[in-house]
Design a protein around this ligand. Sequence first.
Ligand code: NAP
Length: 293
Amino acid sequence: MKITGKTRVLGIIGWPVTHSLSPVMHNAAFEYLGLDFCYVPFSVKEGCLDLAIRSIYALNIMGINVTIPHKESVVPYLSEISKEARIIGAVNTIKVVDDKLIGYNTDGIGFTTSLEEAGHPVGGRSLLILGGGGSAKAVVFQSAAEGAREIIIANRTVDKASLLRRQTETHFPSTRVDAIGVGYEELKGVIDRVDIVVNTTSIGLRIEDPSPVPKELLHQGLFICDLIYNPSETALTRYTKELGCQFINGIGMLLHQGGAAFKLWTDVEPPLEVMRKALEEAIGSLNGYKQAR
Ligand code: NAP
């Protein structure tokens, strides 16, 4: 990559941000398309968000991704936010238009596109969503927006699942929504009637983590998505493989949320296969990644 006086800068703000794979993915796309852009990680601590946002104007930055812990706290700084970001209450992509900062959230569309790509669109389906945090919100709202028939939210803190259920019912009254805990009997009571199970919890991030669903509750009729992509294999995806169920990990969601952000910034179709290969190589060099799709 050649940086010139004309190179336009994009990037990601978060803390920590050193683990982010977005620079690898976007820079591979810019290089492939011969675009004079570069994408940089910016480590922004919690108390520094205000300064960081003002720097977007000051440094003539073209667009920014936002990650933990700023996805929600960034909202008041923006001139406008898209409908999906408003409903989710969080922004992962900012586009600079003239002197305005416009916020979007591409996590949900990244999720549903990855399922569609795997041959399992969410429309008309029943989903069991494990977890009730930030990623669950994006997954639940986008699935409801795309016509999921039923969504069951199972979270350790049931109050959070119930709040997300009420919010979903308000915005998407035609989807049936339930909120339950993560106990064995509660999961057993619903798993036979769902088509798709999605792990949005952080269980699985550590190699030694158990599966968020006991193996004996899984069955061949399920399509499983684990949002975790590093490690590429979790206890959940290992069991899924052993049982012969179809599954994907979170690399597709990461790719497609990035592709949607790329399109917003550049108005150019993202070279998805180039971006996917860059991600797979980066994950592979981190921990001997074996593709799980
Ligand atoms: P978050 O807002 O912190 O939510 C974490 C969720 O995990 C909460 O529902 C929490 O339950 C649950 N949880 C954590 N430890 C648990 C335990 N020991 N037992 C039961 N439940 C537990 O995090 P997030 O931003 O949603 O991210 C969650 C996961 O999704 C992470 O692994 C992240 O890497 C992945 N992710 C992937 C992508 C992608 O592009 N593939 C995008 C975003 C996130 P409580 O509410 O009870 O605390």
